[in-house]
Design a protein around this ligand. Structure first.
Ligand code: UD1
Ligand code: CA
Length: 459
């Protein structure tokens, strides 16, 4: 779709009571404004312009790459925000969308429909409207006796009679570019908030005899604007249910979908089972036949097929098919479990490859290590990868067996088919097929206990 969209994201979001700019607040670890950008992209909008102002140092990195950025120096209202894009659209024909950056539930279908209606009916403006039980805070849609849109009145400027209207402005529009900027020149700040309202464009166009359309949405939820923390929680709930419904439809099992949080960009194959208190966030993916949870959090983690991921936190990890994690495993960035590997109970793995069929079953830390296949790490073993200044690597060859409570002081290489005796501190390389032992010899003092007893009785 050869269309531009202006995304409004300069406001302070005072009602959030936050040091963070409103559109940078997150639902399932994704910023609000990114949801709007994604919906516009999916609708096929080819050119995005983000209007930034308040907290733009925080917001700019979230939109750069997807949007051209325009700065609105002072937040003097939504009309002023759109007007700050005037130069970019000088001499342009056709239509432009205006999207609120604080409405993350908007869908690509609705954005596309706005453009379609504007084009088909050659309207100066199309505004998406919604009918809600509690219109508090929204601009009200005023229709004339023939049912046509005549104006939008903000809550603070509305009469009691107007406040009773339940049809509201959603904050999504499609305008004829030229007519939009012509009308913007005529918007004043003579209102209760002393702001330049974009909504005044409607009545200005209407009075000029232009065609202005109020297009009711089929689903008021998708227009929910986030102005407060309560609305943020409400939107998060709706988003969770919307995403989960899609996965349930696709053959993913969840015994209690209200206790499963799947990010908008996660990919989950059919016949995955997600148990309660599970989070699948960021660009995570989960392969068919895998069970995740309970109490698990995957972020930017790739999980293969037929794995069991029980009470596990995995961030930036790769888990191949047939692996077993947890309960209580912690996989950190660049942890890679190859096919059939195991990261068991109270095991932390960072920037390490655990080869095919290798097992780290209990109470271990493995960092900056490369393990071959069929390695077994005994309980309580640790790679001592950090000397206080630098991180050092450990390698362990195929088929090696590391006894319990072994400290591998890196850098160190342990060959293939090696056995390390339990309780060893390994500071030197161990060659293939050897036994490595690094511990004090056990002493035995015969009859010691009897002599001690005699001594104690003499006292
Ligand atoms: C706005 C509409 C209201 C509508 C509601 C829907 C106006 C005057 N009112 O009200 O009719 O029902 O959205 O959610 O347009 N922004 C800027 N620069 C500014 C002011 C705001 O970029 O100077 C941005 C905000 O960051 C936000 C969006 O514009 O993303 C809407 O602003 P907000 O203050 O939330 O407007 P509402 O009071 O919700
Ligand atoms: Ca708003």
């Amino acid at each position: 779709m050869d269309t531009s969209a202006i995304i409004l994201a300069a406001g302070a979001g005072t009602r959030m009571k936050s040091a963070k700019p409103k559109v940078a607040h997150e639902i399932m670890e994704k910023p609000l404004v990114s949801y709007v950008i994604d919906a516009a992209h999916k609708a096929g909008v080819s050119d995005l312009v983000a209007v930034l102002g308040h907290g733009r140092d925080v917001v700019a990195p979230l939109v750069e790459g997807d949007c051209r950025v325009v700065v609105q120096e002072q937040q003097r209202g939504t009309a002023d925000a759109v007007n700050s894009c005037r130069e970019l659209f000088e001499g342009h024909e056709g239509c432009v969308l205006v999207l609120s950056g604080d409405c993350p539930l908007i869908t690509p279908e609705t954005i596309a429909r706005l453009v379609e209606v504007q084009r088909k009916r050659k309207a100066a403006a199309v505004v998406l409207t919604m009918t809600v039980d509690n219109p508090h805070g929204y601009g009200r849609i005023i229709r004339d006796s023939s049912g046509e849109l005549s104006a939008i009145v903000e809550e603070k400027d509305a009469t009691d009679e107007q406040r009773a209207i339940k049809e509201c402005n959603s904050g999504f529009y499609c305008f004829d570019i030229r007519k939009l900027f012509d009308a913007l020149s005529q918007v004043s700040s003579d209102n209760a908030q002393g702001e330049f309202y974009l909504t005044d464009v409607m009545s200005i166009c209407r009075e000029a005899g232009e065609h202005v359309i109020a297009l009711p949405t089929e689903d008021a939820d998708e227009c929910l604007g986030i102005n407060s923390r309560a609305q943020l929680a409400q939107a998060a709930k709706i988003m969770q249910r919307r995403i989960n419904a899609r996965h349930l439809d696709n053959g993913v099992s969840m015994s209690d979908p209200d206790l499963v949080w799947i990010g908008p960009d996660a990919v989950i194959e059919q016949d995955v089972e997600l148990l309660p208190m599970t989070f699948v966030l960021g660009n995570s993916s989960v392969g068919s036949g895998t069970i995740v949870g309970p109490n698990s959090r995957l972020k930017n983690t790739v999980v293969g097929r037929n794995c069991v991921i029980d009470e596990t936190v995995a961030i930036g990890a790769v888990i191949d098919d047939d692996c077993n994690c947890g309960p209580r495993a912690y996989l950190r960035p660049e942890a890679h479990l190859c096919r059939g590997a195991k990261a068991g109970t109270h095991v932390e793995i960072k920037k390490s490859t655990i080869g095919e069929g290798s097992k780290v079953p209990h109470l271990s830390y493995i960092g900056d290590a490369t393990l071959g296949s069929n390695v077994n790490i005994g309980a309580g073993s640790i790679t001592c990868n950090y000397d206080g200044k630098h991180k050092w690597p450990t390698t362990i060859g195929d088929d090696s067996f590391i006894g319990s409570d072994t400290m591998m002081v890196a850098p160190v290489n342990i060959g293939t088919n090696v056995t390390i005796g339990a309780g060893s501190v390994i500071t030197n390389d161990v060659s293939d097929n050897s036994l490595g032992l690094g511990r004090a010899r056990q002493v035995e003092i015969e009859g010691w206990a009897l002599r001690k007893k005699e001594k104690d009785e003499d006292k």
